[in-house]
Design a protein around this ligand. Structure first.
Ligand code: ATP
Length: 245
């Protein structure tokens, strides 16, 4: 049986200025339980692409379906199936971690019971223990990122879209976040991740899409791409893919 496609991106393009494409005819899909990473250097078009999928930015051309719903014609239903963690997300610093998760759970849930369920799940997922009752202003960057990630995934969305989920984190915190993502994918959640850290993405993702200057140059499993380009890491794959363009 064919795996279920949770996300189908079909020829998605964005021109901020007429004639200048930030992303051009980007096409890929993400399957249930899959971690798909869009990788590319600064300015490649990763954020533009994922913001269109997250219905935060209007596409110039093309479409994307999330759980079968079009970002163009059914954006509300798309939003009910996704969660988006921006690169530079912030939390309310004067709240404690626990009250922040409760507050956000009440925003996302359909009823009180569900809100309590989400908040409890968020508190468990962030692994902050007793520090959950401290103010967020006292958290390290890694603790804040774990809290924000827990906020993004506590409602168990069909697709979690994470922009640079481990940016600015030390190795231990980055490893913990990658482990959280992998565990959730094993339970069936799908992930679309963007990163310019190609080495880390080799570890976390099932498949990658290499994007440069708005063009998706390659998609495949990291191991397939390493073999195809006869290289030892994705950075070298990237270099060869760009040169072959
Ligand atoms: P980074 O890794 O630095 O976050 P990125 O791959 O996410 O980069 P984008 O932010 O999508 O790249 O940018 C793609 C291109 O679109 C860049 O040339 C950028 O300057 C341009 N761009 C992004 N946002 C806007 C905007 N609001 N108006 C005009 N141009 C923009």
């Amino acid at each position: 049986m064919e795996p279920i496609k949770v996300l189908e991106v079909k020829g998605l393009s964005k021109q901020y200025k007429k004639g200048v494409y930030a992303s051009e005819k980007v096409t890929f899909d993400v399957k249930k339980g899959e971690i798909f990473a869009l990788i590319g250097p600064n300015g490649a078009g990763k954020t533009t692409t994922i913001r269109m999928i997250a219905t935060l930015l209007q596409a110039t051309e093309g479409d994307a379906l999330v759980a079968g719903y079009s970002i163009l014609t059914d954006p509300d239903k798309v939003r009910r199936n996704i969660t988006y963690l921006p690169d530079e997300a912030g939390a309310y610093k004067n709240m404690t971690g626990r009250s922040y998760l409760k507050f956000m759970a009440e925003l996302y849930a359909d009823n009180k019971e569900q809100a309590e369920e989400y908040a409890a799940e968020g508190c468990r997922m962030c692994e902050l223990g007793d520090r959950l009752d401290d103010k967020i202003s006292s958290y390290s960057r890694g603790m804040q990122r774990k809290l924000l990630l827990a906020r993004a995934i506590m409602s168990k969305p069909v697709l979690a879209i994470l922009d640079e989920p481990t940016s600015g984190l030390d190795i231990i915190n980055a490893l913990e976040i990658r482990r959280m993502i992998k565990n959730l994918a094993a339970e069936g959640m799908s992930f679309l991740i963007s990163s310019h850290n190609m080495l880390e993405i080799e570890y976390v993702s099932d498949r990658v899409g290499i994007i440069a200057k708005g063009h998706l140059l390659e998609t495949g499993k990291p191991s397939e791409l390493l073999e195809k380009y006869d290289t030892k890491n994705l950075e070298e794959v990237f270099e060869k893919a760009v040169n072959a363009q």
